[in-house]
Every structure is written in structure tokens, then in C-alpha cells.
Design a protein around this ligand. Structure first.
Ligand code: FAD
Length: 477
């Protein structure tokens, strides 16, 4: 009887243990993807994520079709969709890649118990992380709450398994089950079509992920240790959406990076693998803190006197705060569906500290606009910025957006690209146009308050307000 391979956040053929096991079993294979919108427990992807998913499914469908087994698309409750497919095809086995998000895992466990009880073979595999987070524990057997010892333990332990090869041929069923049309999923924006900049910036899919990994390791990685903090350069891997959707596996990334180790690149490769380690760490946090997107890990922060500032929030979302590095980041996000890590930290700090707006508002906006929006990485990093997460940056450390801009975008290349109305300002003033003499502004065609906004807060005053809020919180707990 046929084997069903349920594709989820593993939209690839290579290093896909669920697919591998199904093919190895010798059974005809039915690959399926189920769009679970409308679930009460599983968070649906945001707008940019849906765009990515559409194209990723398109690529996956092509690759599976070429290998011999067309992808079946279904929509609705996953348990019902799987049950229907089993009824239609007489499938005797089901394989998938594990989720470490507690809500999804609980649902998966119910499906597993139900189908195993009916005599089906049900197997799932870790394909999204280097290790199951519950395998990385302190000497006392508890989950790590601090990154450095977590990383020491992970990186000094056994090597992650070697990636599996892509199956050359997949046996098809005699009668392919009916599939929904991808267009019927409605994953792409229509009116307005806001995805133009995202289309120009990204090629989803397994082949593009492999190409990017190799370009990164062939060249960009050489300068990663310093270049990764320069948003004006192409200095990081940009693998985050591919890793999120599983178009490349962390094991593939890990072993490909390790192979370059001997070329004198150790410090850069190690710095890069450490970031892959952060990804493992945040997924472990989500496993032990199911409410990571909503509940501060440090409960004292429920008493923080956050401000309701709809106008400030809107200015931040639109990249109109009057702080060039913040605005450049928010516009990069809106236009391309991605933002450089350094600038995610700067814009995040600006929202929660300069504006004193709840970090959950930032989390939600990033969730909707990032192509790599990820339940573990996004929530954990927002908590880190807000000072309430595991091993966080303390709340009293408030980034100064002007100094951050000058340090990490010294030539103003990044601001010029995303805030073109400031592009003609000399680098000396580009991060604080309000200090530029009138004639310099005029020559650059900048009229503050008209072509570009005045700063919406005074940073020094806003910083004092944030620190006062912190004192208020501490008095209450
Ligand atoms: P590289 O520097 O090349 O790193 C390689 C990989 O390591 C990344 O692709 C990513 O998978 C992982 N990684 C890097 N930094 C981190 C980190 N701080 N935490 C966890 N994993 C990391 N990353 C997401 O993938 N999805 C998110 O939704 C997300 N939201 C964020 C929100 C905020 C407020 C902040 C400060 C960071 C967030 N990050 C998120 C982490 C990080 O900014 C991105 O992973 C990174 O910018 C992606 O670019 P890259 O692939 O070129 O990274």
C-alpha cells in the first residue's frame, strides 16, 4: 500500500528523512502538503510568509513531479485531510518531519496515536534542527536558559548526522489522488500587490537555497565576522527564509560550512555556525515556553508601564520616525521582506525603548512582513531586545540610533538605499540630518518636516522615560 509523505517545514527533496524512508520502503509515494489556515492552535503564516510559501510549493511540486510523484495539495484541518487521503488511497504508512513547537507537536501526537491505533505505520523524524532540543541538556538534565553554555555543550558534542542524498526516483501511485490548485490557496497578494520588491529580492526553493549556500561559503563568508554587522553590504548568508521553510536543512548548512574550515576561515565559519546555534537555542526555548510570542519569560515585564502610541507605532511601521537607520530598516523590511540582523536590533530597541511600545506589537509586525518570520526566532529575539527573554540584552541598555547608524553604516550606503530622499546628504550628516547646516540640506534637496520627517521623539528624553518605566516596573514586583 502507498506511503504518504506529509511535507511541512521541510520543503525539499535532499536531506529529507521522511521522504527518504518512504522511498526506501519500496511503496509508491504520495507527497502531500496541507494548508492549515483557520486552525485555532497553529499560527498561520503572515503575508510575506504566504508569498514565500506559494513559490516554495511551486518549486517543490516541480521537483517532485520530475522525480516521479506529483505533489498533492489539500486544505483544512490536517487530521481530517490525512484521514481523507488514507481513505481515498488505501495508504498504509505516513511519514513527516517533527515540529518542536508544542501546539503543533500536540496535534501531531494525536494524529500519530489515532493512526497507529488503526494499524498504520507512522514515523516522524527530526529534519528541521541539528538536534532535538530535548537532547541538549545541562549536567543537571535541565534545559539551558543561557546561550553560551548551551552552545558549548552543542558544539563540543557529537557531530550532527550527515545529510541524506536526494532520491533519484520516486515511485508513483497508479492513480494520483486529486489535488487542489495552488492558486486556490490564495497565498499571493492581489489588490494591492505589495510583493514587487520581494519578487525582485528573492528566489524561493531548494535549488536557490543550495546556490545561495554555496555563494555564501565560496566568498561572502570570508568577511563574515566583521561584514555581518554592516547592513550596507551583502555580508551575511541570507539563508533565514530557506532555513525557516526547510528548503535547506541545518545539517546541510553545518556540514557544508565545516568542509570550508581548513581554508584559514575558522573564525568566520565559527561565528556563522554560532548563529545556527542561536537558531537551535530559540527552538529549544519555544519547546519549553509555548507562549513565547505573547508572554514575557521574565514575568516582571507584565508590570511594565508600556505606552499606547498608535501614531508612533504607525510611523515605525512605515519607516517615518525621522531616525534614518530606523527608517531604512523598516523600509527594507517592507520592500524586500527581510531586514539585516543589526538593524532588526536597532529598530526593535527603538520600538520598545524610545517609543515604549509593547514588544508584542513589534513581533506581530515582523510576523506579517518577514519572509523568514519564525515562531521561535522572532519571539525569542523580540524578548531578547525587550530585556524579558532568556539571556537577554538588559532593558537599561538603550541603543542610540544615531551612534548605531554611524558605527555600522559609516558611509551611509544602507540609509541611501532605503531612504533615497537623504541619499545626497554627506555621510557626516546622513544619520542625523537635523544637525546639518541649512545650505547642506538645501544642496541635498532635504527639507525636514517636508521631504523627510523631524524625529518623532527626542532620543535623550525618550531614554530617560524608558529608564523611569523600568524603575516603576521594579517598584511593583
Ligand atoms: P546569518 O547571519 O547568515 O545567520 C545564519 C542563520 O542563523 C540565519 O539564517 C538564522 O537561521 C540563524 N540566526 C542568525 N541570527 C539569529 C538569531 N539572533 N536568533 C536565531 N537564529 C539566528 N530570524 C529568523 O529566522 N526569523 C525571524 O522571524 C527573526 N526575527 C527576528 C526579530 C528580531 C527583533 C531580531 C533582533 C532578530 C530576528 N531574527 C529572526 C534573527 C536574525 O536577525 C535573522 O535570522 C538573520 O538576520 C537572518 O539573516 P541571515 O540568514 O543572513 O543570517
Amino acid at each position: 500500500s502507498p506511503a504518504i509523505v506529509w511535507f511541512r517545514k521541510d520543503l525539499r527533496l535532499a536531506d529529507n528523512p521522511a521522504l527518504h524512508r518512504a522511498v526506501e520502503s519500496g511503496a509508491p509515494v504520495i507527497p502531500v502538503f496541507i494548508l492549515e489556515d483557520g486552525s485555532d492552535t497553529i499560527r498561520a503564516p503572515g503575508g510575506a510568509g504566504r508569498w514565500w510559501l506559494h513559490h516554495s510549493l511551486e518549486r517543490l511540486g516541480e521537483a517532485l513531479g520530475k522525480a516521479g510523484a506529483p505533489l498533492v495539495l489539500r486544505r483544512g484541518d490536517a487530521a481530517e485531510a490525512i484521514a481523507a487521503l488514507i481513505d481515498e488511497t488505501g495508504a498504509g504508512s505516513l511519514y513527516w518531519s517533527d515540529s518542536f513547537d508544542p501546539a503543533t507537536k500536540a496535534r501531531d501526537d494525536t494524529i500519530r496515536a489515532d493512526l497507529s491505533g488503526r494499524g498504520l505505520t507512522v514515523e516522524s523524524f527530526n529534519a528541521t534542527l541539528l538536534f532535538d532540543p530535548s537532547a541538549i541538556r545541562s549536567k543537571a538534565g535541565t534545559p539551558f536558559k543561557v546561550f553560551t553554555p548551551f552552545w558549548r555543550t552543542l558544539s563540543s558534542g557529537p557531530e550532527p548526522e550527515r545529510p541524506l542524498p536526494e532520491p533519484a526516483k520516486i515511485k508513483n501511485v497508479e492513480k494520483t489522488p486529486g489535488s487542489d490548485a495552488l492558486s486556490s490557496f490564495g497565498l499571493l497578494p492581489t489588490r494591492p500587490d505589495w510583493a514587487g520588491g520581494i519578487r525582485e529580492s528573492w528566489v524561493p526553493g531548494e535549488a536557490a537555497a543550495a546556490e545561495r549556500l554555496h555563494d555564501f561559503l565560496d566568498e561572502i563568508v570570508q568577511d563574515y565576522r566583521t561584514g555581518r554587522d554592516r547592513p550596507g553590504r551583502d555580508g551575511t548568508s541570507r539563508l533565514s527564509p530557506y532555513l525557516h521553510w526547510g528548503e535547506v536543512s541545518p545539517r546541510q548548512v553545518w556540514h557544508a560550512a565545516k568542509m570550508r574550515m581548513d581554508a584559514g576561515l575558522e573564525p568566520s565559519i565559527e561565528a556563522f555556525l554560532r548563529e545556527i546555534g542561536w537558531r537551535e537555542f530559540t527552538h529549544g526555548l519555544l519547546q519549553t515556553h509555548p507562549d513565547l510570542a505573547a508572554e514575557p519569560m521574565d514575568q516582571r515585564f507584565t508590570k511594565m508601564p508600556w505606552r499606547q502610541d498608535d501614531e508612533g507605532l504607525k510611523a515605525w511601521q512605515r519607516g517615518l520616525t525621522g531616525f534614518p537607520i530606523v527608517d531604512a530598516g523598516m523600509r527594507q523590511l517592507w520592500q524586500t521582506g527581510w531586514m539585516h540582523n543589526r538593524v532588526r536590533m536597532i529598530t526593535g530597541s527603538f520600538l520598545v525603548k524610545d517609543l515604549l511600545v509593547r514588544w508584542q506589537e513589534g513581533e506581530a509586525w515582523f510576523w506579517d512582513t518577514l519572509v523568514d518570520a519564525d515562531a521561535a526566532n522572532n519571539s525569542a529575539n523580540w524578548q531578547w531586545i525587550a530585556g524579558c527573554g532568556a539571556d537577554p540584552s538588559p532593558f537599561f541598555r538603550v541603543f542610540n540610533p544615531v551612534l548605531q547608524g554611524e558605527k555600522f553604516d559609516p558611509d551611509g550606503a544602507y540609509v541611501s538605499r532605503y531612504v533615497p530622499e537623504l541619499a545626497k546628504l554627506p555621510p557626516k550628516f546622513i544619520h542625523h540630518p537635523w544637525d546639518a547646516p541649512k545650505n547642506v540640506l538645501a544642496k541635498a534637496g532635504v527639507e525636514l518636516g517636508k521631504t523627510y520627517p523631524h524625529p518623532i521623539v527626542d532620543h535623550a528624553t525618550a531614554r530617560d522615560r524608558a529608564l523611569e518605566a523600568l524603575r516603576t516596573m521594579r517598584r511593583q514586583v
